[in-house]
Ligand binder design. Structure first.
Ligand SMILES: *Cc1c(COP(=O)(O)O)cnc(C)c1O
Length: 301
């Protein structure tokens, strides 16, 4: 058997902190067999969680919508997440909380018979695009794959139904692009694998109104734009309009505010990070030391 390798990190499962390599679930867990799970990811930067309560609120809402409300209350949940970070000895990390449907003790097909499983872990901070490549920016392809319809799976529940996104990524790689953005049935751009998108025009920012996960970084970009007196519209964005952006950027916990400089081969702006994008990005990182926006890991243990 090939030995599996693990990054640095620490996990919490079944009531205790464990090494990442020991954090395992049964192949019979519905989270694995049916992608019947929800999750959230928050990051820690210089030992501070960023907007943790927003992530916990979304996690509680997701687990409730899936009819398996998380039973761990907020203070305890924070203690678990902070404990994973503390034990991993990472200053900058990516902290994931997951709840799966679990497994039925009698292997019953009725999801109500299973016991939900909660797992948390901390691993090193991951970037959709490394900061040294920010001036080069993201080169996106607009996918021919349509995002799973919001009438089928509520995109506001953070989920692992990624087959559309993964096929979109392969399509982008085949054409020599870095990553992808998926569209709806009317060719409006929606979101990419783990990130939301913004288009900048003469009026200000635009970001898709619906059919997407309401990213915490998306909300943060909207909040920061307001502080900078830049208007934001939540509105449908056609592929054409997106390609004609003055500037564009992606938002994600995995890297913050990330410049997009090419869409389907078309150069956006002057092909480097735009000035509005740059302003929002700088303010985003400045907020990471502000106690109104961030909490120290040690204070939560
Ligand atoms: C997590 C995720 C995002 C980004 O959300 P953040 O809360 O900003 O990290 C966007 N789209 C999808 C599909 C996601 O899973």
């Amino acid at each position: 058997m090939v030995e599996e390798k693990f990054p640095d990190g620490s996990a919490w499962m079944g009531g205790e902190f464990i090494n990442l390599s020991e954090a395992k679930i049964s192949v019979l867990d519905w989270g694995f067999l049916r992608s019947d799970a929800t999750y959230d990811v928050v990051h820690v930067w210089n030992n501070r969680f960023f907007r943790l309560d927003h992530h916990i609120d979304r996690f509680y809402s997701s687990t409730k919508k899936l009819r398996m409300p998380c039973k761990i209350e907020r203070t305890e949940l924070k203690r678990i997440l902070a404990g994973c970070v503390k034990r991993s000895n990472l200053k900058n990390s990516y902290v994931e909380m997951i709840q799966t449907r679990g497994m039925s003790p009698t292997f019953d097909r009725d999801p109500r018979k299973s016991t939900p499983r909660f797992i948390a872990f901390a691993i090193p901070f991951g970037w959709i695009l490394k900061p040294e490549n920010f001036n080069k920016g993201l080169d996106l392809a607009i996918s021919t794959v349509k995002r799973i319809s919001p009438e089928s799976v509520d995109p506001k529940i953070k989920n692992y139904h990624w087959l559309d996104l993964v096929i979109g990524m392969y399509e982008a790689y085949d054409k020599g692009h870095y990553t992808t953005v998926l569209v709806d049935n009317n060719n409006n751009v929606l979101e990419g694998p783990g990130f939301n998108i913004f288009s900048v025009d003469d009026q200000g920012l635009n970001t898709p109104l619906s059919g997407v996960l309401e990213g915490i970084t998306r909300q943060t970009a909207i909040d920061l734009a307001k502080e900078l007196k830049i208007p934001t519209k939540e509105i449908s964005i056609t592929s054409e309009k997106f390609k004609n952006s003055k500037e564009a950027f992606a938002t994600s916990t995995a890297g913050g505010i990330i410049p997009i400089t090419k869409i389907d081969g078309k150069v956006i702006g002057n092909g480097t990070m735009g000035t509005i994008t740059s302003k929002i990005k700088d303010l985003y990182w400045a907020k990471h030391t502000d106690p109104d926006w961030s909490e120290c890991v040690e204070d939560l243990l």
